[in-house]
Structure formats: C-alpha cells, structure tokens
Design a binder for this molecule. Structure first.
Ligand SMILES: Nc1nc2c(ncn2[C@@H]2O[C@H](COP(=O)(O)OP(=O)(O)OP(=O)(O)O)[C@@H](O)[C@H]2O)c(=O)[nH]1
Length: 402
C-alpha cells in the first residue's frame, strides 16, 4: 500500500464514520414522526401520528430543566418540545380589535364623515352607498341600510355626531344580524346504529377553495378546542397537496393532538377522513377535525369528492359542522366560489380568514345573505391564536373604529 493510499484511508475512513454518525443524529433529531403501532394503524394505508407525551406548559414558554443526560454533556435527542398552551378563545375578538378596526376603518371613518355633514344631499347619500359597496357589503344590504338611515335622519332630524354614530351602529348591527346562532357544534353526539346507541365525537369537516386558509384554520381551531379542554383528532384529507398533511401534523403536535394521515401520495381523501373519524370514535375523543383539499376544477368533481367524504364519514358518526373557509380579500370572486361549495357540501358555518388584510369587512354581511349561513369564526392574522369566534357587536365596533 503506497503512502497516498494509506493517507486516504487514514483520513477518509474516520471522515465517513463521522458523516454516518452525524446522519443518524440528524435523523434522530428530526421531530417525532409516525409512532403508530399496528393496532393504531387503520386498514386503508393511513397513519396515526401520535404526538409524543411532553410536559405541558402552564405559563408562557419557559426553558425546561435539562435532562440528566444533557447535564453530563450528552444531548437528550428524544426529548419532545414542551406542549404549547393556546390562549383561551373567549374575548379574542376584543383582543384582536385593533386589527379589525385597521381593516374596517375606511368603512367606518368614511361613513361617519359623510353622516356628520350638516345637510345631507342626494350626493352624500350616494357617497354613503358607494362606501358600503366598496367595502363589499353587497347591493341589497347597502340599499337597505341607506333607506333605514334616511328615514331615521328625516324623522328624528338627528344632527349630533354621537347620535349619528349610534344610529349607524344600530343599522350595521342589524345587517350583521346578532340573532343568528354562531355556536360551533363540537359536543360529542349520540349515534344510533343497528339498534345500539353510542356516543361519538363531533365531526367538523372543513371545506373551501385552495389557499383560503383551510389547513391553518383547522390547526387554529384545534388550539381553540384544546384551550377549552377538549380532546381532538385531526384528519389530513387534503391529499392533493403533499405538504398539507405535514403542516397539519405540525399544528397538532404543538398542542398534543394526533393526526391521521395517509402514508402515500394522492391517497383517497375519503379513506383518510373515514380513518380519522374511526380513530376518533375508537379513542373516545370529543372532536374530529377533517381538512380537505377543495380543488374546484368543476362542480361535478367537487360534488363527487365531498359527497364521498360525507358518505363514508357518516357511516361512523354524523357530521356536526361543515365549515366553509373563505378568504375575505377575494371579494365577489370568493362569493361565487362559496355558492358552489354551499350547494355541494351543506355548509353550516363560515370561517372568514384574512380579515386583517382587507378593508372589505362588509363581506361578512354579503356572505351571510348570499348563503344564508352565519359567519362563526374569523381569521385575523397568521399567528397560531389569531382565530376568533365571531361576535357581531365587537365586529361592528371594530368597523366603526371604536
Ligand atoms: N393574514 C392572514 N393570513 C392567513 C389567515 N389565515 C390563513 N392565512 C395564510 O394563508 C395562507 C394559506 O393558508 P393554508 O392554510 O395553507 O390554505 P389552504 O386553504 O389549506 O390551502 P390548500 O392546502 O392549498 O388547499 C398561509 O400563508 C396562511 O398563513 C388569516 O386570518 N390572516
């Protein structure tokens, strides 16, 4: 063996060994992957990703005590990150009101500015209506609001800005409709099958066009439920976009919620949804949240896909909610898409996302009118707890920049 070869062996072999060791460490350092056993594994090629037990945090994130091994200089590669404690959902809209008033202020401010003029002319009323239309309130509701305000101003001869403001608030609130039931059906339900009655999880199916924020909403909603002390299983039935299941799994693992996902690409979304619900029933959890792909190539295709998902789910448990996720920034186009989903999927509630990024808060009114379904949740940012139960009064006050 010549010297060059010997040198190469002396340097190369330890280097290869070092690289191989590092690779093992990198693999072991990756976040916890699927840990299901055969018993966990449902029949049709799905995997239940159980987040590994981790010490729940009780306050703001803190640095955990180092494990014994770490103290001695050996990192504890298996340690799971501590679970996050999501913020309670109550009062969230009030906390996020700043963002809401930023998104709605052009509407509120412009309306109030015109209404406080001394004598309202025909042009002023036209300007008011135009302001409402620009904020996506929709033609019908805008006309109604203007008519009601005109009558009030004429009959009561209101001039005082505070009174004008109160009148506007009342009219906007009437449009948003505080009487609608906006509660989310997330209580486990009784299910009758073959003469026997069992209690099964509430099943919430989340539908909508791609990119509207479905996966994010499912993740945020899981946090809301965990904050309320509910047990949850996530179903990654968006098998169209490969990264969606990873995204969902990450949301779940942060708060200790398992995700049922397919272990192969382009799996049948209905099979994943079915397995998620079956897992939820088997484990006796309170709620199963199912994310879907929502590719809207054509109505017939969508109907086939969502129809099949619904049919297979309801073999295990009734659907408690079908939430349609709509991007508030897409305006009329979003409404057209919403109509198709409402026809196909039997929508029971709307989640309006990205309200923080638009001055078109009036879409809340238009979409409720159009679909006859209440807005139940609103997304006001990309943060994990930026999803709030919709509250008409807080919303209108936000629009008026209170
Ligand atoms: N500003 C803001 N961004 C949001 C909100 N909700 C979701 N997003 C962002 O919207 C983008 C799309 O969200 P996804 O949850 O991946 O959308 P999706 O509907 O699941 O998309 P597909 O999986 O392709 O169908 C992400 O960058 C989210 O962070 C919100 O309320 N406000």
């Amino acid at each position: 063996m010549d010297n060059d070869l010997l040198t190469a062996l002396l340097v190369g072999v330890p280097s290869l060994f070092a690289i191989a060791t590092a690779a093992v460490l990198i693999v072991r350092r990756r976040p916890p992957g699927p840990t299901s056993t055969d018993a966990d594994r449902p029949a049709s090629g799905t995997t239940v990703t159980e987040p590994r037990p981790a010490a729940p945090e009780t306050a703001a994130p803190t640095t955990a005590e180092p494990a014994a091994a770490e103290v001695e200089g050996v990192p504890d590669l298996e340690a799971a990150p501590p679970l996050e404690v999501p913020a309670p959902a109550t009062g969230r809209l009030a906390r996020l009101r700043d963002r809401l008033s930023r998104s709605g202020s052009p509407l509120g401010a412009r309306l109030l500015q015109v209404l406080s003029r001394d004598h309202l002319t025909e042009d002023d009323w036209d300007e008011l209506e135009e302001t409402l239309l620009l904020a996506d309130v929709g033609a019908g509701p805008s006309g109604e609001l203007i008519d009601a305000l005109r009558t009030q101003v004429r009959v009561q001869g209101v001039k005082d800005p505070a009174q004008v403001r109160a009148m506007l608030r009342e009219q906007l609130l009437a449009l948003v409709d505080p009487t609608l039931d906006r509660s989310l059906a997330t209580e486990p339900t009784r299910h009758d099958e073959a003469g026997a009655t069992t209690t099964v999880p509430a099943v919430v199916l989340v539908v909508g066009v791609n990119g509207t924020g479905k996966t994010t909403t499912v993740g945020k909603l899981a946090r809301v439920l965990v904050a309320e002390g509910r047990t949850v299983v996530l179903g990654a039935a968006d098998t169209f976009r490969a990264a969606a299941a990873d995204q969902l799994e990450t949301w779940g693992s942060r708060v200790g919620v398992p995700t049922v996902r397919s272990d192969r690409d382009s799996a049948d979304p209905a099979a994943v949804a079915f397995d998620a619900v079956r897992t939820g029933v088997r484990d006796g959890v309170d709620v199963v949240l199912v994310d879907t792909a929502g590719r809207l190539q054509n109505k017939a295709g969508l109907m086939d896909e969502l129809g099949k998902i619904t049919r297979v789910i309801t073999r295990e448990a009734p659907l408690s909610e079908v939430l349609l996720v709509l991007d508030a920034t897409t305006g009329q186009n979003g409404l057209n898409q919403a109509r198709v989903f409402a026809e196909v999927a039997g929508v029971t509630g709307i989640v309006l996302t990205k309200l923080d990024g638009t001055a078109k808060g009036g879409i809340v009114v238009a979409v409720q009118r159009e679909l006859g379904v209440p807005v139940k949740l609103v997304g006001l940012g990309e943060g994990p707890d930026d999803l709030a139960p919709f509250d008409p009064e807080e919303f209108v006050d936000g629009l008026l920049g209170d």
